[in-house]
Design a protein around this ligand. Structure first.
Ligand code: ZN
Length: 221
C-alpha cells in the first residue's frame, strides 16, 4: 500500500506524498562529528516517496549493507505550491510538523562520497525515511525558532535538537530550496540532524519527541 501522511489524530491529511527534500549538515556539531566542513549554502538531496514508511512500524534494517545510521530530524509537511518564496512568506505554506528518521547506510555513503558519486543508494532506498504523524499547524502561527526534539534509545537520550541551533533557519531553508525546486502540496522537508547520530542497534526501542514552542505574552496595567 502506498504511504499516506496522517495528522496525529490518525486521519489522512489528504495530501499525496510527493518528494522528500532534505538538507545535510544543518547543525554545526553534527558536521563536526562526521568531519564534514560546514557548508556555505545548504547541501540538498531528495528521497523519493517510496522511501517513506510509518515511523511506528518496526524498522527493517538493511543488515547486509554495513552500518545503518539513524538521524533524527524535524519534518515539515507542505500544504501549498511554492516556488521562489521569500523567507518571510515561506512558513505560511507549512501545514504539519512531525519527526523523521533519515536512515543512512553510512558505509555505502562513505564509499559514494569518496568516488564523488550521488548519495541515493545510501539514503533513498525503500524504507529509508520513517515518518511520524504530523501536528497540524498554521505555519505562520508557530514560533519556529523554539521547536525542540529528542531521540531516546532504550531510555537513554541519544539526540537533542533545537531549531535555534540550525545553520540555516527553517524559513531560510525553504527560501533556498524553492529557488531550485518547486514544492507541491504533500511534499515533505527534512531539516537536518543534530549531533549524536550513530549505528541503529538491534532490538532497540526508539522514542522520539517533539515540542513546538509555546510563546505567550501579557502585560500589566
Ligand atoms: Zn539527515
Amino acid at each position: 500500500m502506498p504511504f499516506s501522511t496522517r495528522f496525529i489524530d490518525g486521519l489522512e491529511t489528504g495530501l499525496p506524498l510527493g518528494k522528500i527534500l532534505c538538507v545535510g549538515r544543518n547543525y554545526a556539531e553534527h558536521a563536526k562529528e562526521l568531519n564534514n566542513p560546514v557548508p556555505a549554502s545548504p547541501l540538498l538531496f531528495i528521497k523519493p516517496s517510496t522511501s517513506a514508511v510509518e515511523l511506528e512500524e518496526p524498522i527493517e534494517r538493511q543488515f547486509s549493507h554495513g552500518d545503518v545510521h539513524f538521524e533524527t530530524e524535524i519534518a515539515l509537511l507542505i500544504g501549498e505550491r511554492m516556488s521562489q518564496v521569500s523567507a518571510d512568506e515561506a512558513m505560511s505554506g507549512v501545514v504539519g510538523v512531525g519527526l523523521a528518521l533519515d536512515l543512512t547506510l553510512r558505509d555505502v555513503q562513505s564509499q559514494l562520497k569518496e568516488k564523488g558519486h550521488p548519495w541515493e543508494r545510501a539514503k533513498a532506498f525503500d524504507g529509508a525515511c520513517p515518518l511520524s504523524r504530523f501536528v497540524q499547524v498554521e505555519g505562520g502561527d508557530v514560533d519556529w525558532e523554539a521547536v525542540t526534539f529528542h531521540l531516546d534509545i532504550n531510555g537513554r537520550r541519544q539526540q537533542s535538537g533545537k531549531t535555534s541551533d540550525m545553520l540555516f533557519t527553517l524559513p531560510a531553508l525553504l527560501e533556498e530550496m524553492t529557488r531550485t525546486f518547486t514544492l507541491e502540496p504533500g511534499d515533505v522537508i527534512l531539516t537536518g540532524t543534530p549531533s549524536g547520530v550513530g549505528q541503529l542497534p538491534r532490538e532497540a526501542v526508539l522514542d522520539l519527541s517533539l515540542s513546538l514552542g509555546l510563546k505567550v505574552g501579557t502585560q500589566t496595567r
